[in-house]
Design a protein. Structure first.
Length: 878
C-alpha cells in the first residue's frame, strides 16, 4: 500500500484488513480424546464466548480443547460456525463443515442452519443451497433451515428466489411460517419494493392469529416506511392495540428518513407525553432518529433538550448517540460544542471521527479538519469510504497543493483497492470527481464520470462546476442541458453553479433565461417564488459580471436576507463598473448591517479605489483590513495597492509597496513578478520611460520568455519614438518564438457569439459592417471626434495611423451590433474585449454612444466601461 507523503512522519492511509486475516488458525488434526473435560461444559464455554462477540477467543479455546482430546458436539460446532461467519473466514467455516461431516453431525439441525448462514455470510449461495438441498425428506419440517436459506437469498438480493422458496414453504403441508419467516420476507419486500407481495403478506399476517402481533406490525410499519408509503405506515401504527419502543422507533425513523422531520418530532413528543400504562421509554434508537431529524431542520434548541434527556438516561456516553450529537451540533453550526462532545466520548469509532471531520468541513474549518484527520491516524482508527469523501470534498481550489493532489490520487487508489469500483457509493465518486477538478486533472474527472453506472444531482453539479472552474464553460453548459435530458431536475446548487458559468461566459442573455427558468421552477414549490441565499447571490454576481449593474443592484435591494457574499458581490460589482463611491458606500452599509467583511470584500474596495485613483481611501482601507476582518493582506491586495499608487503617479510608493510585500509575504524570484508587472503596466499608462525600462529588464532577468513584458517594453519605447529599441524588442520576441496575444472583441446576438479581430476580413457580413463603421465614424467626426494617432505604436504616416485605429476590433463589434439591433433609443450594446481598450477607442466609444443614442457597455481586460450620452462611467480614469 502506498503511503501519503504530505505528513513527513506518519502514513495518512493504513492498509485495509485482509479477508484471510484469521486463516492462520488452522484446526489441528489427529487430536487426542480426553474424557476429563465434560463436553457440555466445554460447549457452553464456546457458546458463551461467541455470544459475547469474542470470536477469535472462541477458536483459541476450541484449539486448546481439541489438543486435549475433546470431541465437539453439535452445539459447539454451531457456535463456531456462527463465529466464522462473523469473522468472514470461509476457510475456517469449510474446515468446520468437514469436521462436522467426519463427526456425523452435519445433518443436525443446529449445525445445518449455521452452515447455511456461514456460507451465506461469505457469499457462497451455491454451497448454502447445497447444504439445504441435503435435508432429508423426513425432516422437511425443519423451519429454521428454511428460514436460514430464505434469509440468505434475501440478504444477497436474490429476491425472486427468496419469494419462490417462501411460496414452496407455504405449499408444504408440514411447514408453517413463523414470526422469523415473515420478518425475513417482509424485509425482502421492503428492499425489493415488491408492493403487491408485501400487501399480500400483510393480509396473511392479519389472518394468522398465532403470530406475535406487535413484532409483525413493527415489520409492516418499517416496510411501508421504506417504500415511502407513510400514510399506510401510520395506519398500521394507529391500528395497533399495543405498542413497544420498536413500534415508535419504526414510525419516527421512517418519517425522518423521508424528510418528514417535523412529523417525526411530533411522534417523539407524543411518546414523551405518554402517561397511561404501559409507559414506553424511548431508547437509544429513538434518540438517534430524533437527532437526525433535528440536524436536518437545524433545530439547535430541541437538540440541546434531547442532549439533556440523553444525559439523564445515561445514554450520552454511548458511541452511537455521541456520534449523532456531534453531527447535530455540526449541522447547527455549533462545531465547538460538537468537539467538546467528541472529546468526552469514552470510546470512539470511525463514525465518531467522520462526524467531527464533517462538522469542521461544513463550517469551513479546513485546517482543523486536516489536523483531526492526522489525529485519527495516530489513534489507530482506520478511515472508511466516508472519511475519504469528506477529505476529498473538503479540499478548496485555492489551497490545493501538489501534496494535497497526491493525497487525493492515493485516496482514489485506496478506494479502488478497498472495493470493486462498481460497489463504491455515488457520493464517493462525486468526491473523487471534485478532487480531480480541483487538481486540474480534468481528463481524470471526466473518465470517472463516464465510468459511473449511477449518478445523482450532486454528480451533475460536480461536473458542471468542475468544467466551469477549469475554463470549459461551454462544456459545462452542455452538461446542464444533458442533465435536463436525462430527467434530473436542477436544484438550488445547480442554479448557483450554472449562473456562475454565465458570469464566466459574460452572457447576460443566457443568464436572464436561466433566471426565468429558476423562477418557473420555484413557482411550483412556492408562490411567490423564493430563492435560496446562494441563488440570489449568484444572480447578483451574474448580472454584475455581465455588465448589468443596475439589474444587480435592484435584485440586491429586494433580497430578504444578505450575507458577506451578497455585500461583497455588490461592492466588487460597483468597483468593476467604475462606481467607486457607491462601492465605498456599500461597504459602510454592510458594516452597519452587522456583517463582518472578508478578504475578498477588501479586494473589491481596493480595486474600486485603484480604478478611480482614490489614493488616500485605498491606503486607509488597506490598513483597515487586519482590524475589520480576520484576513491578512495577500499578494492580490498588494497588487491593487501597487496599481493604485502607480496609476496615480506615485511611483516611489508603488516600489516601496512591492518591497514591503516581498518581505511580508516571503516572496522571491518568480513569485513576486506579478507585482513588478503591475508596476510596468502603470509605467506604460503614465509614460514613464526610465522606470519602465528598469522594471521591464528586472522582470526579464527572472523570466526572459514573458510575452507581456516584451510587448509593454516595446510599446514604451514606441511611445517615446524610440523605434530602433522597439523593433529590437520585437526581434527578440520572434527569435524566442514569443507572440503577442491577438486582440479580439465579441458581441452576443441571439445566443450566438460573433468574434472580431482588427481589420477583420472574414466575417460573413463584413461588407455591411464596414459600411456601417464608415457611416458611424463620419457621424463621430461631425460632432468633434479626432483620431489620437499618437497612440499608434507603428512608424507609419498619419493616414495609415488613422486606418489602424479605425478598424480596431471593438469598433467592428459595435458596428455589427448596431446592424442587428437597429437604432433603439435607450437600447444597450454589450461588447467584450480580451485586451485593455486603447485611449482612442475609448474616446470614440463616447462619441458613438452620443450619436446613436444608445448605451455601449464595453468590458476590457481590466473593467467595465459604460458609455452613455458621450460620457464613460470610468470618468476617463482607467
Amino acid at each position: 500500500m502506498t503511503t501519503v507523503s504530505s505528513a513527513p512522519v506518519q502514513p495518512l492511509l493504513l492498509p485495509a484488513p485482509s479477508p484471510r486475516a484469521h486463516t492462520s488458525s488452522a484446526l489441528p488434526r489427529n487430536a487426542r480424546r480426553d474424557h476429563s473435560i465434560p463436553s457440555s461444559s466445554s460447549s457452553s464455554l464456546i457458546l458463551h464466548k461467541t455470544m459475547r462477540g469474542e470470536f477469535s477467543q472462541s477458536f483459541q479455546l476450541f484449539r486448546e480443547l481439541l489438543a486435549s482430546g475433546w470431541t465437539p458436539d453439535e452445539f459447539a460446532l454451531g457456535s463456531l460456525l456462527k463465529a466464522s461467519s462473523n469473522l468472514s473466514d470461509c476457510c475456517l467455516g469449510e474446515q468446520l463443515h468437514a469436521k462436522s461431516i467426519r463427526a456425523g453431525l452435519a445433518s443436525e439441525r443446529g449445525v445445518r442452519t449455521s452452515l447455511v448462514a456461514m456460507y451465506s455470510a461469505n457469499g457462497l449461495l451455491g454451497e448454502a443451497r447445497h447444504v439445504f438441498d441435503e435435508v432429508p425428506l423426513a425432516e422437511e419440517a425443519d423451519v429454521p433451515t428454511w428460514n436460514s436459506v430464505i434469509s440468505a437469498y434475501a440478504f444477497h438480493g436474490y429476491y425472486d428466489e427468496c419469494f419462490l422458496l417462501f411460496g414452496a414453504m407455504l405449499g408444504a403441508a408440514q411447514l408453517t411460517p413463523t414470526d422469523a419467516t415473515y420478518a425475513i420476507v417482509i424485509s425482502a419486500c421492503s428492499a425489493s419494493k415488491k408492493v403487491r407481495i408485501g400487501k399480500a403478506i400483510h393480509a396473511m399476517i392479519q389472518k394468522d392469529q398465532m403470530l406475535d402481533e406487535i413484532k409483525m406490525h413493527n415489520s409492516l410499519i418499517s416496510m411501508y416506511a421504506k417504500w415511502g408509503h407513510l400514510e399506510e405506515a401510520q395506519k398500521v401504527f394507529e391500528a395497533m392495540a399495543a405498542r413497544d419502543v420498536v413500534s415508535w422507533n419504526a414510525i419516527i425513523s421512517g418519517l425522518e428518513q423521508h424528510g418528514e422531520c417535523e412529523n417525526a418530532l411530533a411522534f417523539l413528543r407524543r411518546l414523551a407525553g405518554l402517561k397511561a400504562p404501559p409507559v414506553v421509554q424511548p431508547n437509544r434508537i429513538t434518540f438517534l432518529s430524533a437527532l437526525s431529524a433535528i440536524a436536518t431542520i437545524s433545530g439547535l434548541k430541541l437538540g440541546k433538550e434531547v442532549h439533556a434527556r440523553l444525559i439523564r438516561s445515561n445514554l450520552d456516553g454511548e458511541t452511537s448517540t455521541g456520534n449523532s450529537l456531534i453531527t447535530m451540533y455540526g449541522k447547527c453550526g455549533e462545531v465547538e460544542t460538537g468537539r467538546l462532545t467528541f472529546e468526552m466520548l469514552p470510546s470512539r469509532d470511525v463514525i465518531s471521527w467522520n462526524s467531527m471531520l464533517s462538522g469542521y468541513a461544513q463550517n469551513s474549518q479546513l485546517g482543523s479538519c486536516y489536523e483531526l484527520f492526522k489525529a485519527m491516524q495516530l489513534s489507530g482508527s482506520r478511515p472508511d469510504f466516508h472519511t475519504m469523501t469528506i477529505l476529498l470534498c473538503a479540499m478548496s481550489p485555492g489551497s490545493v497543493s501538489s501534496s494535497s493532489c497526491r493525497l487525493g490520487r492515493e485516496i482514489h487508489g485506496y478506494l479502488v483497492r478497498r472495493a470493486a469500483v462498481k460497489s463504491l457509493p455515488v457520493s464517493v465518486y462525486n468526491g473523487i470527481i471534485t478532487m480531480y477538478f480541483k487538481c486540474d486533472r480534468v481528463g481524470d474527472a471526466e473518465k470517472v464520470f463516464k465510468g459511473m453506472s449511477e449518478r445523482d444531482s450532486h454528480t451533475w453539479n460536480s461536473m458542471i462546476d468542475g468544467c466551469s472552474t477549469n475554463e470549459r464553460c461551454r462544456v459545462a453548459m452542455m452538461l446542464f442541458v444533458e442533465m435536463h435530458t436525462q430527467g434530473f431536475q436542477p436544484d438550488h446548487s445547480t442554479f448557483s453553479i450554472i449562473l456562475t458559468v454565465c458570469s464566466r461566459l459574460v452572457s447576460v442573455e443566457l443568464g436572464k433565461q436561466l433566471h426565468a427558468s429558476a423562477v418557473k421552477q420555484c413557482l411550483h414549490a412556492s408562490s411567490p417564488p423564493t430563492f435560496s441565499l446562494s441563488v440570489n447571490n449568484a444572480l447578483v454576481s451574474m448580472y454584475s459580471k455581465c455588465g448589468s449593474i443596475d439589474d444587480a443592484a435592484q435584485l440586491f435591494g429586494r433580497m430578504p436576507k444578505r450575507d458577506v457574499f451578497s455585500w461583497t458581490a455588490m461592492i466588487t460589482g460597483f468597483a468593476h463598473h467604475g462606481m467607486a463611491y457607491r462601492s465605498l458606500e456599500s461597504f459602510e452599509a454592510m458594516k452597519a448591517d452587522g456583517i463582518r467583511p472578508n478578504a475578498v470584500t477588501f479586494l473589491g474596495l481596493l480595486s474600486a479605489c485603484a480604478h478611480a485613483g482614490l489614493v488616500e481611501e485605498g491606503a486607509h482601507y488597506f490598513n483597515l483590513m487586519s482590524k475589520e476582518s480576520d484576513a491578512e493582506p495577500s499578494i492580490e491586495h498588494y497588487a491593487c495597492l501597487v496599481d493604485l499608487f502607480g496609476r496615480s503617479g506615485q511611483f516611489e510608493k508603488a516600489e516601496a509597496t512591492i518591497e514591503i510585500a516581498t518581505s511580508h509575504l516571503g516572496l522571491e524570484g518568480v513569485s513576486c513578478l506579478w507585482l513588478w508587472k503591475v508596476l510596468l503596466g502603470a509605467c506604460h499608462a503614465r509614460k514613464q520611460l526610465e522606470l519602465g525600462i528598469r522594471v521591464g529588464r528586472r522582470i526579464l532577468e527572472v523570466d526572459p520568455d514573458d510575452e507581456t513584458t516584451h510587448v509593454l517594453l516595446s510599446n514604451i519605447y514606441a511611445a517615446f519614438g524610440l523605434w530602433k529599441d522597439a523593433l529590437e524588442v520585437r526581434r527578440l520576441m520572434r527569435e524566442k518564438g514569443l507572440k503577442k496575444e491577438a486582440g479580439c472583441s465579441w458581441v452576443e446576438i441571439g445566443n450566438r457569439k460573433h468574434v472580431f479581430v482588427a481589420a477583420d476580413g472574414f466575417h460573413e457580413n463584413r461588407k455591411e459592417i464596414y459600411e456601417k463603421l464608415e457611416e458611424l465614424d463620419e457621424k463621430c467626426r461631425d460632432i468633434g471626434y479626432v483620431p489620437m494617432t499618437d497612440y499608434v505604436l507603428h512608424d507609419v504616416d498619419e493616414a495609415q495611423k488613422e486606418a489602424v485605429l479605425r478598424y480596431h476590433s471593438e469598433r467592428l463589434a459595435v458596428s455589427f451590433a448596431l446592424l442587428h439591433t437597429g437604432k433603439r433609443k435607450g437600447g444597450v450594446i454589450r461588447v467584450i474585449k480580451n485586451l485593455r481598450v486603447c485611449e482612442d477607442c475609448h474616446r470614440w466609444m463616447k462619441f458613438a454612444s452620443e450619436v446613436e443614442g444608445m448605451e455601449i457597455i464595453l468590458r476590457d481586460s481590466r473593467r467595465f466601461h459604460s458609455f452613455r450620452k458621450g460620457k464613460c462611467s470610468c470618468g476617463d480614469y482607467w
